[in-house]
Every structure is written in C-alpha cells, then in structure tokens.
Design a protein around this ligand. Structure first.
Ligand code: ATP
Ligand code: MG
Ligand code: MG
Length: 602
C-alpha cells in the first residue's frame, strides 16, 4: 500500500487520535432521548466523518472530491463515514436524487455508516432529527438563548446591519422565555402565517461576524416533506440543523468547504449551548442535550476545475434547457456523466489524491483529471483498431497472389504491457482484398516528411502485410473513392518474412470482410472558456458548439463484441468506452473518454 502524503486534516485527526480527544465523550445531563442513540453507541476510539449532500441534484466532480476525502479519511484511520441526506429543506428534495447519490458513493467504492459493504444499510437522514431539533429549540428558548421575532424580513435585513456597522436589536428581543415558548408552540401548531415570524438565536447584534447577529434558526413553511409529510409546518434552518445532525451522530471531524468558514463560530456556539447544563430561575436543571466534546468543523478548499461548472443549480439548467442530453451526458461533470464518459473510480480516486487537500482556493487544470484516467486505462484497456474516417483500400494483386476471395487470419495482443506473469489476450481479425484505412493515411502528393501511403511508397498494415501504394481512383468531383495498392507476399507480421522489407510506417486498418460499423461519439470540452461561470459570466454563452461530433466508423471484430462500459484504446485515437446506455450487441456505440495526449489548453 502506498503511503498517502500528509495534509492538515490528517494532522488534526492524528493529533486527536493520539490525545484521545473523543474517547472521553459523554453527556453532562441525562440523555433519555431516543435521538441520542441515532448513531448507536459509537466506539469512542474511532473517528467519524460524514458526507452530507442535499438530495436536490446529481453529484458532481466536486462532490467526488469531498466523498474521497471523507470516506477516505475514515477508511485510512479505521473510522466510520456517515452518508447523510441533508433533507431539512422540504421543497427541493427528490428520491431520484437520493438514489443517484447512493449509486455514486457505491460506484466510487465506498460504503457508509460502518456497514462494511452492506449496501442495504439505510443512510442517515437529517429529517429524522426534526423532533430532537424542535426540543433543542424549546431548550434554547427556556435557557434564554432564543426568541421569536415578528419583524418583517426587510426590517430584519436592515436591522442586521452590515460589515463595519453594528446591527440594531429587534423590539422583540427582550421577550420572556415563557412568552417565547408560548408563541413558538403556536408557530408549530400552525397558528401563524408562513413568513410572519421566525425563531432567532440570541447571540450578539454587534458581532463583527454577521452570522452571529441573532441568526434565524426556525421558519414557518407549509410544505409537504418527502420524509415527514405534513407533520411539520416549521422547519429548521440549515445553519441550525447541520451542527445538531453532526453532534447527534457523534461525528468527530465535520469537514466542509471554505465558504462555511464564517459559519463555524455559530456551529461552536450552538453545540456549546446544547452540551451544557443550566439551572433555570424556577430551579429546574435542564440541558446536556448533546454529548461533549462536540464535533468540530474544519474547512478545505472546494474543487474548481477549468472548463467545468460545479454548481448543481447551473448543471440543472443545462439539463432542463436541453443543452446536454441529461444529467448523465458524457460531457457533464456529474459522477454519472463521468462514468458514462469512461471514467473509472480508480482514476477519480487518483485525481482526489493528486490535487490533495488545502486551505486556499485555486483552479485545477482539467488535464490533471484526464491524465489520471489515461494512467489507469493505459495498463488496463484492451487495444483495438478503429477507422474513424474511412476510405477503402484495394489490394489489386490480392486474388492473384493470395487466391481469389482469400481471407488471411491475423492477430495482435490486446494488451501490449500485460501485468507480470499474465499473458495478454489475443485479438483475431482477417485481411482480404479490401480493407478500410484512415483517409488521412493517403496523400496523392505527399507533403515533406510524409511516411504513409503515396504512390510508390511501402507501409505495413499493422498486424498484416507490407503493401505498396500504386495510386487511387476519384469520383467526378475529384474526391478519392479508393486507394490502390499491391500486397507484398510473405511479409505477414509474426512470420519469418516479416522483416524482409523495411518500411517507415505501420498504419491502422480494419478488414472490409469482418469490420463492423460503429457509432463513435467524439467529445470535446463543453465550454470554450476556462472559467465559464467566474465573475457572474453567463456560462451558456461559452458553450462549445462542437462539443459532440458523431462519426460512423468501422471497428475490428473484437471491439464490436464489447459489453457496455468496456473500455478500449483505439490505437492512435485515444481511449473509448462502450456507451452504458446506447451500446448494444449488433449496434456498437463508443464514447471518446480521453485522447492519447493532452490536448487541453493548446
Ligand atoms: P452545489 O453548490 O453544487 O449545489 P452544495 O455544496 O450545495 O453543491 P451539497 O449537497 O450541500 O452541495 O454538498 C455536499 C458536500 O459536498 C458538502 O460538504 C460540500 O461542501 C461538498 N462540495 C460541494 N461542492 C464541492 C466542490 N466543488 N468541491 C469540494 N466539495 C464540494
Ligand atoms: Mg448545499
Ligand atoms: Mg450549493
């Protein structure tokens, strides 16, 4: 196993494991609440991370980074990573997205919640904690940490102040706990209009951090939730719900992207309030709702990839405006799109390792991602010949020297560099009087240095014979219809006579007799601009009109027998995958996954 390079998250985790930071975790109060057992009784010696997508779209390559980090760290340090649907927003979620997220995590090679490959284990759902979140809100009210505010949204916005300008207290801020509790319960019971009031945390309206100026933690919203139905007409705000979800599941390291950095003080404030125990003026001792020490949040840089958009909302726009064929269009940076394009979990894992984890935002070159795929496929993908822009080559002396209608069997190894001790599989194909070659492999008048077919020149048909070009035929418009050549007998590859004639080039070809027509989808970058949505630009304007070209090509028989998802190197053209959706026996369809050489930024 290779040693992974250290990074700041690994250092934090190693420090916490060494100091047993979480091994002493306990409740100050009396738990007695089923929600405490949400995560079972976790092994305090283990770290717990989580990946908490909102099921409101398909995951993209940025999420893949987060998945590799969270699940990868748990795996590397003998811990557990929770897959949790952050489904606290009733309006946007959909089971189609839930299922696609489960598939994506599985495909990338991870299991969740310590299930050790048992994929029937249900992921966590934030909405399962609505009851606890509600009780925690009542506790905050009783302890004087929250109040119901009836200002309008506009008043609240204005009174919140701005950077360098302190906020103004709400006239409702000094309500008594009893009054707040009564009105909050009325909110829950549907006695007030949507948007007429919110519950706010009572922190500090003069805080330099705007997020600490009494953030809203509950709102009224009459909407049916996919999990809890119409049980609730009040819903917790994300900033309130998320720390509680982490704490209930006894997450140790809550890893998120940098834009949440200024939410961290509230994360800490809230969990501190919910772990402590207070004595109320009436003498009741309350609190200790969560175990201590609570989880800690750490931020890392999000993935920004050139020529790529990583925003679910903008990707959804491409889908709904039919700029692409769907979420799994091979040009999409979604995990389903990458998969259909021919990306492998190993390539994505390598990519995540290579870009590493940092604390400052930067742009990663798209070619880095492509390089990782090339590296993975180089050793694994079977080779094959495909003629993408075919012209027929006729061997005019074939019938005389080889026999009329003769087909000569040929073969080549499928893997030029098989793993140690493994013999490469062999591809079989035939050569006859007519073969398909690439149009660009013939020049009537050769440019300087041209080594392929031109009248009088000899080349090898790869894995076949040496041939000598004699000319071509053309139609009335001067378009070349056939290239003419003669076969040089006794020069077949792999026979003693193979080296008897020296040639400067070997060209790829496919026999007319056994070649199979295939649809080949040549993909290019979806956007022409390296930063399509930077600085508020309209990314639709930089869509590449030539991001897909469909060509009819002819492939050798071994390729025609591919199963959907099989990956190949089409010699000289690049790596291709049999399309997961459209490829079928008798109707081969291949997608260009990545070219042989880096062509980005050139
Ligand atoms: P989007 O903005 O695309 O909707 P999101 O952040 O709202 O993404 P979530 O479903 O909330 O999507 O994301 C789940 C996790 O994935 C979060 O922890 C988030 O930080 C992480 N994540 C999202 N985008 C990226 C990215 N580009 N790079 C790294 N991590 C990301
Ligand atoms: Mg989000
Ligand atoms: Mg978002």
């Amino acid at each position: 196993e290779t040693v992974k390079p250290s990074n700041f998250l690994r250092q934090i985790i190693e420090h916490d494991l060494e100091k047993s930071t979480y091994a002493t975790r306990r409740w100050a109060g009396t738990p007695g609440d089923a929600a405490h057992q949400a995560a079972g009784e976790p092994d305090p010696a283990k770290i717990r991370t989580r990946f908490p997508p909102e099921p409101n779209g398909y995951l993209h390559v940025g999420h893949a980074k987060s998945i590799c980090i969270n699940f990868g760290l748990a795996r590397d340090y003998g811990g557990v990573c929770h897959l949790r649907f952050d489904d606290t927003n009733p309006e946007k979620e959909d089971t189609e997205y839930v299922n696609s997220i489960i598939d994506a995590v599985k495909w990338l090679g991870f299991d969740w919640n310590g299930s050790q490959g048992d994929y029937s284990a249900a992921p966590y759902q934030a909405s399962d904690y609505f009851g606890f979140m509600y009780r925690a809100a009542e506790y905050l009210i009783e302890a004087g940490y929250a109040y119901v505010d009836e200002q309008t949204a506009e008043q609240m916005r204005v009174n919140r102040g701005d950077f360098g300008k302190p906020g103004v207290d709400s006239p409702f801020r000094s309500r008594t706990p009893a009054e707040n509790l009564r009105i909050f319960r009325e909110m829950r019971d549907g006695k007030h209009e949507d948007g007429s009031m919110v519950l706010r945390a009572k922190i500090d309206m003069a805080s330099p951090n705007i997020n600490m100026r009494d953030p809203a933690i509950y709102r009224i919203r009459r909407a049916t939730h996919h999990n809890t139905g119409d049980t609730w007409c009040i819903y917790p705000m994300y900033t309130y719900a998320h720390p509680i979800e982490d704490a209930l599941e006894q997450i140790t390291h809550s890893l998120c992207t940098l834009e949440f950095e200024d939410q961290r003080p509230f994360y800490d404030w809230l969990l501190e309030r919910l772990t402590e125990v207070v004595t109320l003026p009436d003498g009741r001792v309350v609190g200790g709702l969560l175990a201590s020490p609570p989880p800690k949040q750490y931020e890392f840089a999000r993935l920004n990839l050139t020529y790529v958009i990583t925003s679910k909302r903008k990707l959804a726009q491409l889908v709904y405006d039919h700029k692409v064929s769907g979420w799994d269009d091979p040009r999409m940076p979604t995990i389903v799109g990458l998969r259909r394009r021919g990306y492998t979990p190993a390539a994505i894992q390598t990519f995540a390792d290579r870009i590493g984890v940092t604390k400052s935002d930067s742009w990663i070159d798209y070619s880095t991602l492509e390089g990782c795929l090339r590296e993975d496929l180089e050793l694994k993908a079977h080779r094959g010949m495909a003629v993408l822009n075919p012209v027929k080559l006729v061997l005019t002396n074939w019938d005389d020297v080889m026999g009329a209608g003769h087909l000569e069997p040929c073969s080549l190894p499928a893997l030029p560099h098989p793993p140690e001790g493994v013999e490469s599989p062999v591809r079989h194909f035939t050569i006859g009087k007519e073969v398909w070659i690439e149009r660009e492999d013939f020049e009537e008048v050769p440019p300087k240095g041209y080594k392929r077919l031109f009248p009088g020149n000899k080349v090898r048909l790869k894995g076949g014979y040496v041939i000598e070009c004699t000319g071509c035929t053309k139609d009335a418009n001067g378009v070349i219809t056939e290239v003419l050549a003669t076969v040089v007998p006794d020069t077949k590859s792999g026979t003693p006579g193979a080296d008897s004639v020296k040639v400067k080039a070997a060209i790829t070809w496919v026999g007319v007799a056994d070649g199979v027509n295939a649809e080949v989808r040549m993909y290019d970058r979806l956007f022409l601009d390296a930063h399509p949505d930077a600085g508020g630009k309209d990314f639709i304007e930089s869509l590449n009109p030539n991001s897909l070209k469909v060509v009819t090509s002819i492939v050798e028989p071994s390729l025609a027998n591919a199963k959907a998802d099989d990956k190949f190197q089409f010699e000289r053209h690049g790596y291709f995958v049999a399309d997961r959706v459209d490829h079928a026996a008798g109707k081969p369809v291949f997608n260009l996954a990545v070219g042989l050489k880096d062509s980005w930024g050139k």
